[in-house]
Ligand binder design. Structure first.
Ligand code: G1P
Length: 276
């Protein structure tokens, strides 16, 4: 709702940052982390997301005819990037529920979860960092980041112990609480929208009752998972933009535009000239 009226007829995941929809940045992180099979959990108003990654014969034909080879390549790469499946979440019953309904597609395998609002940039893609931890420990891993006290109640927050004394990146999760008031937050480490999960989580999501906001919370499923098997938190390297927040969306737009080879220089000059 935060981006109305822009999102009246298009899903928020299709809002562009410079010239790419936000969802494409997220998908590119998956691809750069070595993942190719993507399942979108969508709803009736989100068909544009699947269409974006689908083959568009008419567009490709037109670009070919007009000799726009560079653009044609850009469009073709999007289609070839991933194999897509999707599943409809018929009612907005929460993140835990959104993950639970993918069980039939995922089966008995570990899987990665990307929340579309979080755009993360860094030298090593955030998900690749989490998968590295998974490779070593064969257990679920949550991406975490320190957040200021006034923001903590917007997140799942972890109570942790370092895996090795002095390790300030990798932690064992002792507890996780969804959107606590600041005085009840177990730490300043917030869960960011990247997870590697073992399929055991499905067992617990099936039993999870609606929690905060009347939704089936992934956090509550994770809380039960911790009782059964180790769960890790990884303080990833990189910066993250909450593309669902207008100010951070604008910041992402400026930062990404400045990094563009075709726009960066002129845009920088324009910004420098602004009498702010
Ligand atoms: C969800 C999760 C929360 C997590 C956050 C990360 O909340 O429930 O635990 O910290 O994503 O962005 P939402 O932002 O959907 O309210």
């Amino acid at each position: 709702m935060r981006f109305l009226p822009a999102t009246k007829a298009i899903p928020k995941e299709m809002l562009p940052i410079v010239d790419k929809p936000t969802i494409q940045y997220v998908v590119e992180e998956a691809v750069e982390s070595g993942l190719k099979d993507v399942t979108f959990v969508t709803s009736s108003s989100k068909n544009a997301i699947e269409d974006h990654f689908d083959y568009d014969y008419r567009l490709e034909h037109k670009l070919q005819e007009q000799g726009k080879h560079e653009l044609l390549k850009v469009v073709q790469e999007i289609t070839r990037m991933i194999t897509v499946s999707s599943i409809r979440q018929k009612e907005p019953l929460g993140l835990g529920h959104a993950i639970l309904i993918t069980k039939t597609l995922i089966g008995d395998e570990p899987f990665a979860v990307f929340l579309g609002d979080d755009i993360i940039v860094g030298e090593v893609p955030c998900m690749k960092q989490l998968l590295g931890v998974y490779e070593t420990h064969q257990a679920s891993v949550l991406a975490v980041q320190e957040v200021p006290e006034e923001a903590i109640s917007r997140y799942g927050v972890v109570a942790v112990e370092p895996v090795e004394p002095g390790d300030d990146r990798l932690f064992t999760v002792k507890d996780v609480v969804e959107k606590p008031p600041p005085e009840k937050a177990p730490s300043n480490l917030a869960v960011i929208g990247r997870y590697v999960l073992t399929p055991t989580v499905f067992e617990f999501l099936e039993k999870t009752k609606p929690g905060v906001g009347g939704e089936i919370q992934l956090t509550d499923g994770l809380r039960s998972l911790i009782e059964k098997e180790p769960v890790y938190a990884y303080r990833f390297q990189g910066s993250r933009y909450d593309a669902g927040n207008k100010l951070e969306y604008l910041m992402a737009t400026v930062d990404f535009a400045l990094q563009r080879k075709d726009l960066g220089e002129q845009f920088r000059a324009y910004l420098k000239d602004l009498k702010l």
